[in-house]
Design a protein around this ligand. Sequence first.
Ligand SMILES: *Cc1c(COP(=O)(O)O)cnc(C)c1O
Length: 356
Amino acid sequence: MKKHNFNAGPSILPRIAVENSAKAVLDLNGIGLSLLEISHRSKEFQAILDEAMNLFKELLNIPEGYEVLFLGGGASLQFCMIPYNFLNKKAAYLETGVWAQKAIKEAKFFGEVNVVASSADKNFCYVPQEFTVPTDADYFHITTNNTIYGSEFQKDIDCPIPMIADMSSDILSRPVDVSKYSMIYGGAQKNLGPAGVTFVIIKQELLSKVERKIPTMLNYATHLKEPSLYNTPPVFAIYTCLETLRWIKSLGGVKVIRDMNIRKAGLLYDAIDNSKMFVGTVSRESRSLMNICFVMKEQYKDKEDAFMEFAKTKGMLGIKGHRSVGGFRASTYNALPIESVQALVDAMHEFERNNA
Ligand SMILES: *Cc1c(COP(=O)(O)O)cnc(C)c1O
């Protein structure tokens, strides 16, 4: 049976990226060595790294003055590196979910944290739209897509101070005005590649304004000096990211991807909105194109397990909602084909016909 992979992360990748990565593991470009066996200082890997960094810049239209890095440690290590490098006295954070809270927790090790707005009052089912960022803070941190709750900033916001964004789960899902951000980062394993690599898009001038000493590996200056090659980078994971970037380019870039994502998400949100049994958990103006969360209406709550079982028989994978929200979450990342969304919608309709 065909599987429909709605996993939240690690998650579905373009089939071509998986196939080409598998080939490269056996023999990289016919050189007679596996991708896993080459030196990270070889000309073969340098070409992979350069192409990945350049494609990233091209696809997101990244302006001059920014560098793209591929590092280890996941988005979670960035939660620590950001305040380590940039928080002198005070930083501003937007609290929109568990990942934002984890970023806030790390920042508190380094100074004062001003939480300018929070959606914790409603279990993070929306993204605050009205807030004032203090101009005396060193930077403002946001999470553009809240993977667990399915809420997302639907556009790039303006900010009077350097803005840093965790885009782990919506990177390359739409065009981004990178000039509005001083730094964009995330784990690759949601929308870009396999687990094990972190992307960082950083404005060079943001550097070294803090007084404290920073250990070498945790200092962005180290990684900017030898882009992604201070130590051994995750060679394999970077290669798969490159294959995903090539795939996005072959489709026509992030505008095309965004239109595809709008169509996919629209299909599922329409089904939810017109359903007798299901209801969305996120307020409309904050709905995510990447993670679509829904539950059974109150009178059908006892049918959630039955639907989960039914969906499994139809090949649906990874649609269980995060334990902090319950119900269902369908992650509709770039690589998920619209046919999978249609299959989920069909399964919902069939279940309703038999149970509502
Ligand atoms: C998954 C996720 C993270 C955590 O990423 P790691 O690479 O596992 O550290 C952080 N932020 C967001 C928005 C995520 O979706």
